[in-house]
Ligand binder design. Structure first.
Ligand SMILES: Nc1nc2c(c(=O)[nH]1)N[C@H]1C(S)=C(S)[C@@H](COP(=O)(O)OP(=O)(O)OC[C@H]3O[C@@H](n4cnc5c(=O)[nH]c(N)nc54)[C@H](O)[C@@H]3O)O[C@H]1N2
Ligand SMILES: Nc1nc2c(c(=O)[nH]1)N[C@H]1C(S)=C(S)[C@@H](COP(=O)(O)OP(=O)(O)OC[C@H]3O[C@@H](n4cnc5c(=O)[nH]c(N)nc54)[C@H](O)[C@@H]3O)O[C@H]1N2
Ligand SMILES: [Mo]
Length: 743
């Protein structure tokens, strides 16, 4: 079978006289319509068709008085491919010889290709490593805060997303009371890094409902609840609700103290904190009601359910993608521990059920090699979301995970397979800091805002214009992704472009290893076969088009943390105490913001001016993958009058003197964004929902301010870092106001 693999899943290629089409994969029970839209990009007007250079940079005038800043869209000139490659090689060589490889930033975060070989970040990093290395970026925008926090609470073995989650089949069996903070958006589960053969999340959730499982979603947006009941909560106040629930358990004698002390360290301190003997503020349901917007009686009722029978608390990843996003993850662990649910089958705590397709899926994982990046001789890194600070304050020191971290002095930025001018917070500030390096090189297929902010742009073949091996590291499928059509004349794969550039540095043989693209794929596949001998040989794979691992025998699926809870001294955690750290000393010592948040929990938007009445939510877009597929039909259909849609409660729209469907401006001190309004009673009053992915298009206004016509929420978000512990991405914790679109 001829298949195409994308982050939205697998598609069958129908080669028809009128041209190729992508059809749903017959083995996928819940295929996403979105990936089929990929082909619309083939000759889309946003396509980059040849190498381009920014004129003032080319003429050696970048930064000089009167020359256009990066981001000026009209300042590009076309280059011949070989000429552009020679230029890139010369510039890299100049920077490494003048400033050292520590002046090159190659973190290149982003969701490039689903394929293993053409994964653009891996391609770039292999090339840069051969050229002497680069400053890298650590962690993800997705889960960067939890990943740094969780090792302090439960040990490094549970740092990864879903590390201690029970699997969906266990949840289906046990049918716990499922209390979900942030909900489970089915649109999010359509996506998986590296793709999937079968979307199963909808099936699990609907099966849970049919079996009369009870799910309660606490979130500011009613659309987050796929089944069951929805309870509105103010964004950024989840930890307050959780501690108040813990308060109920403590004062009603629902906590088995001996059991908690057996598996947790710091119980007395936590108890003092919750009851208020530490700071004089008991974290009662009344205290939480004012902050969360949930009636005190309702908090009591929910808390009681957590000890009435089996219960599972789920946290969406969005909760930790916020200012002091450590707070709700920590509080949830405290609550799950006090309620006695940790380690019970199908119960306890879960992170990100439905965040992406794989989470909770009871499967064997396809293991195999990635395209080898080699070794990076440069040790310097930044936590991925500290990019603006890195550019603003070279040589300064920030705090990260309990220690100091010096920010490098970057002269050259090189990006392939990501869109920081979509994904980073406070884009107007990033745009200013981004002027500082001497050179920015970007490899892209389409004219994203990042490509527009580059000096040298290389066109890249799109994923359906090349072949690859796709296998999600958390999935049981492997797909031979075929070339649907060749790239347009003059456009090559990232690998081919980097091979040319490497040639100018004498590194091409080392870069390709003497192998063709096809030979690399066969080599990677051989690695998968070594890990899974039951996979067919290359010829067999070419015939079927895919391979899938058999399901694990049920007794092989263990409940994470069960062994530890059964015998903590025999199977200790890797924390200092060997137990769950309910209030680790490090968290309290090293960071004033986090310390404040842990000792006196407050909303994540604390510190934002009261003049901005609305909390901004910026969830993942339903009709796109971040900024990708913006040119496909689904994304255009989701816009109104060509504008991204923001949803708010009818009362908030009326309070701003506006109405449903109106074009409007969302604004604060950092920026302003043009949107079309949708009045939606499911959005809790005091919030506005603007999904990510709109193409940042700042337009100078008469008063000198910038209005983003593309509707990207990151023109408004605060770029503060979750805390000085994890320095994670902080989309949550931003306040905004609404006004009519000017005359
Ligand atoms: N406000 C706010 N901001 C957020 C979030 C949020 O919740 N709120 N979420 C954050 C999260 S979790 C994430 S993961 C990030 C996502 O941010 P990104 O991953 O940066 O977003 P994408 O739009 O997927 O960018 C991928 C880019 O790679 C390009 N590309 C794809 N394939 C290839 C290829 O083969 N070669 C090359 N050269 N390029 C390719 C695409 O055209 C696209 O422009 O956004 C973060 N930003
Ligand atoms: N279709 C589609 N799916 C995707 C992606 C995509 O771009 N498109 N991106 C993928 C990626 S990279 C990632 S990391 C995952 C992210 O997965 P998540 O982090 O789970 O997804 P989000 O959509 O950011 O947030 C989910 C919901 O959390 C709620 N929420 C936000 N803040 C708060 C809060 O403070 N409290 C509570 N209780 N609720 C809150 C919002 O209402 C939002 O709808 O999604 C993946 N799935
Ligand atoms: Mo993500």
């Amino acid at each position: 079978m001829d298949l195409f693999a994308s982050h939205f899943g697998t598609y069958e290629i129908a080669r028809e006289p009128a041209g190729p089409r992508l059809l749903p994969f017959r083995h996928d029970p819940d295929p996403s319509p979105l990936g089929a839209g990929f082909l619309a990009l083939a000759d889309h007007p946003t396509r980059i068709r040849q190498p381009m250079a920014r004129r003032s940079w080319l003429e050696g005038r970048h930064g000089a008085a009167g020359s256009a800043p990066r981001g000026d869209r009209d300042a590009f000139v076309p280059l011949d491919m070989e000429e552009a490659c020679a230029l890139a090689a010369r510039e890299l060589d100049r920077v490494r010889k003048t400033h050292g490889n520590r002046a090159i930033f190659g973190g290149s975060y982003g969701w490039g290709s689903a394929g293993r070989f053409h994964h653009p970040q891996s391609q770039l990093k292999r090339f840069l490593n051969l050229a002497g290395g680069f400053v890298s970026a650590r962690n993800t925008y997705s889960y960067g805060t939890a990943k740094v926090l969780l090792p302090h609470l439960v040990g490094a073995e549970y740092a990864d997303p879903g590390g201690f989650n029970p699997s969906w089949d266990r949840i289906a069996q046990v049918k716990p009371f499922l209390l979900s903070f942030g909900g489970m958006r089915l649109a999010n589960a359509q996506v998986e890094a590296g793709g999937t053969g079968a979307h199963r999340t909808r099936g699990w959730i609907e099966g849970f409902a049919e079996a009369r499982g009870e799910m309660l979603t606490l979130s500011p947006d009613g659309r987050d609840a796929p089944i069951g009941e929805h309870q509105p909560i103010n964004a950024g106040t989840d930890a307050c609700a959780m501690l108040a629930m813990a308060h109920v358990l403590l004062v009603e004698g629902r906590v088995d103290e001996a059991a908690v002390r057996r598996i947790g360290s710091g119980y007395d301190e936590i108890r003092a904190l919750i009851l208020g003997s530490a700071d004089g503020i008991p974290k009662t349901p009344d205290w939480a009601a004012a902050l969360t917007g949930i009636a005190a009686g309702r908090i009591v009722e929910i808390a009681r359910k957590l000890t009435a029978g089996p219960a599972l608390i789920n946290l969406s990843w969005s909760l930790q993608r916020a200012i002091v996003g450590e707070q709700p993850y920590w509080a949830a662990l405290v609550l799950a521990t006090l309620s006695g649910q940790i380690g019970r089958p199908g119960c306890g705590l879960a992170c990100g059920l439905s965040a992406v397709s794989s989470v909770g899926n009871p499967i064997r994982r396809m293991r195999g090699p990635a395209f080898s990046q080699g070794e990076n001789p440069v040790a310097e890194f930044i936590p991925v979301a500290r990019i603006t600070e890195m550019l603003e304050r070279p040589g300064d020191t920030i705090t990260y995970n309990g220690g100091p971290l010096e920010l490098p002095d970057i002269r050259l930025i090189w990006w392939a397979g990501g869109n920081p001018f979509h994904h980073h917070q406070d884009l107007n500030r990033l745009a200013r800091a981004w002027q500082r390096p001497e050179t920015v090189i970007v490899q892209e297929s389409v004219w994203t805002a990042t490509a527009q902010h580059a000096d040298l742009v290389f066109p890249s073949a799109l994923p359906f214009e090349r072949e690859d091996i796709a296998a999600a590291s958390r999935d049981d499928w492997l797909v031979y992704s075929r070339q649907v059509m060749p790239p347009p004349e003059g456009i090559e794969t990232d690998h081919a472009v980097l091979t040319r550039i490497a040639g100018h540095l004498g590194l091409d043989a080392a870069f390709t290893g003497g192998l063709s693209e096809r030979a690399w794929m066969e080599k990677l596949y051989a690695g998968y076969r070594a890990a899974h001998p039951e996979l067919p040989d290359w010829q067999g794979l070419a015939e079927t088009g895919y391979a899938r691992l058999a399901a694990p025998p049920p007794d092989e699926v263990v409940q994470p943390l069960a062994r530890f809870v059964a015998a903590p001294s025999e199977a200790p955690l890797s924390t200092p105490s060997g137990l769950i750290e309910l209030l680790p000393p490090l968290l309290q010592r090293h960071d004033s913001r986090l310390q404040a948040a842990l000792s006196a929990p407050a909303p994540s938007d604390a510190g934002e001016p009261e003049a901005y009445p609305l909390r901004l939510l910026s969830p993942q877009p339903e009709a796109r993958l971040h900024s990708q597929l913006d040119g496909a039909p689904a994304a255009s259909e989701a816009r109104r009058q060509g504008c991204e849609v923001a949803r708010a409660h009818p009362a908030d729209i009326a309070a701003a003197g506006l109405e449903d469907g109106a074009l409007a401006v969302i604004h604060n001190d950092r920026g302003a964004v043009r949107v079309a309004l949708e009045a939606d009673p499911r959005v809790a009053p005091g919030h506005i929902v603007l999904p990510t992915g709109g193409w940042y298009r700042p337009e100078p206004q008469a008063d000198g301010s910038l209005l983003d016509l593309g509707g990207n929420p990151n023109a408004l978000t605060r770029d503060l870092g979750s805390s000085e512990l994890s320095q994670g991405a902080s989309a949550g914790g931003t306040r905004v106001a609404l006004r009519a679109l000017g005359p």
